[in-house]
Design a protein around this ligand. Structure first.
Ligand SMILES: NC(=O)c1ccc[n+]([C@@H]2O[C@H](COP(=O)([O-])OP(=O)(O)OC[C@H]3O[C@@H](n4cnc5c(N)ncnc54)[C@H](O)[C@@H]3O)[C@@H](O)[C@H]2O)c1
Length: 283
C-alpha cells in the first residue's frame, strides 16, 4: 500500500474538489468516475481554479504544475489499487453507494481506509456492501471542499478504532478540522442548517420576500448568507432530498419539507446551478 496515494471516486461537485485538495496536500491522487465527461470537467475546473491562484500570486506556476502532476483521472477502478485512503463521492442514493462500495472492495488495497462522503445515508448500510465493514466510515466534506475547513467523521456500527484514527489523521493531513458526528440523518451540521433553510422556504410560501428572509438573518444574526441564498447555493434539490431524509428517518413532523421546495425542483429552479432558484441568476 502506498501511504501517499489517495483515490477519490466520483468527479462531480464534491469528488473533483476533494481530489484537488488531496493533490494540493501532496498526495498522489487518482479521481475515478464511471464517465469521461465529468472527469474532463473536473480537470478543467481544477486547472481554472489553480490558474486563478497563480494569477493572484497565491501559488507559483511550478507549484501548480506539481499539483496537476500528482492528479490523474480515470474511468478504470483498477487504478485505485495501492491507495491508502479511498474517498467516495458518488450520488446520494443508497443503491449507488452500495454498488460503488462493492466495486471499491474488489479493487482497493486490503489495508485501505474507505470513506464515504454521504450527506446522511447510513454508513453501516454502505459498509455492509463490503467484506470489510470495519474499514469503512463516513467523512462528510462541505462545499467547496478545497475551502471549507470542516469534515464530520461518522463511525458506522462496525468501524474500528484504527479506521477512525487513520481517517482523522488523513483529514488533518489535508488541512481539515474534524468533529465527531452521530450516525443519524443530517449528522450535526445538516441537522441544524437544513431545518433552518426549510423554515425559510415556509416563510417564502407564506408570502415573505426571499430578500427579507435573507436580510433578516444577515442583519439580525450576522449570518454571511440568509437561508434562501444558501439554498440557491447548495441546490434546492439537494436541500429537499436532505430534508426528506430527515423527515422519513426520524418520522417527526418537525422535519416536513416545505412544499414549495418540490414545486421549485419540478420547475427546474434548482438555484445557482440552473440560473434560477429563489433568485434569478440569469443576468
Ligand atoms: N453537493 C454538496 O454540496 C455536497 C456536500 C457534502 C456532501 N455531498 C455528498 O457528496 C456526494 C456526491 O455529491 P456531488 O454533489 O458531488 O454529486 P455530483 O452529481 O456532482 O457528482 C457525482 C459523480 O459521481 C459519478 N458517479 C455516479 N456513479 C458512479 C460510480 N458508480 N462510480 C464512480 N462515479 C460515479 C457521476 O458521474 C458524477 O460525476 C453525495 O453523497 C452528496 O450527498 C454533497
Amino acid at each position: 500500500m502506498n501511504q501517499n496515494k489517495v483515490a477519490v471516486i466520483g468527479s462531480g461537485l464534491m469528488g473533483g474538489g476533494i481530489a484537488q485538495l488531496c493533490a494540493q496536500s501532496g498526495f498522489e491522487t487518482v479521481n475515478v468516475d464511471i464517465a469521461q465527461e465529468p472527469l474532463d470537467k473536473a480537470n478543467a475546473l481544477v486547472e481554472k481554479l489553480l490558474g486563478g491562484k497563480v494569477a493572484k500570486g497565491k501559488m507559483t506556476q511550478d507549484e501548480m504544475n506539481a499539483v496537476l502532476g500528482r492528479l490523474s483521472y480515470s474511468t478504470d477502478f483498477d487504478d485505485i489499487a495501492g491507495a491508502c485512503v479511498v474517498v467516495e463521492a458518488v450520488p446520494e442514493r443508497l443503491d449507488i453507494k452500495k454498488s460503488t462500495f462493492a466495486t471499491i472492495d474488489e479493487h482497493a488495497d486490503p489495508e485501505a481506509v474507505l470513506l464515504t462522503n454521504t450527506s446522511g445515508l447510513s454508513v453501516s448500510a454502505i459498509a455492509a456492501a463490503t467484506g470489510r465493514p470495519g474499514s469503512v466510515m463516513g467523512a462528510h466534506f462541505f462545499y467547496p471542499a478545497p475551502v471549507m475547513k470542516l469534515v464530520e467523521l461518522i463511525r458506522g456500527l462496525a468501524t474500528t478504532d484504527e479506521t477512525y484514527e487513520r481517517a482523522a489523521a488523513f483529514a488533518a493531513a489535508i488541512g481539515k478540522e474534524t468533529i465527531d458526528a452521530p450516525e443519524l440523518p443530517g449528522f450535526v451540521v445538516n441537522r441544524l442548517i437544513v431545518p433552518y433553510e426549510n423554515e425559510g422556504a415556509f416563510l417564502v410560501m407564506e408570502g415573505v420576500k426571499p430578500e427579507d428572509v435573507d436580510r433578516g438573518m444577515k442583519l439580525g444574526c450576522n449570518h454571511p448568507m440568509g437561508p434562501c441564498e444558501l439554498m440557491d447555493f447548495t441546490g434546492i434539490d439537494v436541500v429537499l432530498a436532505t430534508m426528506r431524509g430527515l423527515y422519513e428517518q426520524f418520522g417527526d413532523s418537525k422535519y416536513r419539507p416545505a412544499p414549495i421546495l418540490q414545486t421549485m425542483v419540478d420547475a427546474g429552479r434548482l438555484g445557482r446551478k440552473t440560473g434560477r432558484g429563489f433568485y434569478d441568476y440569469s443576468k
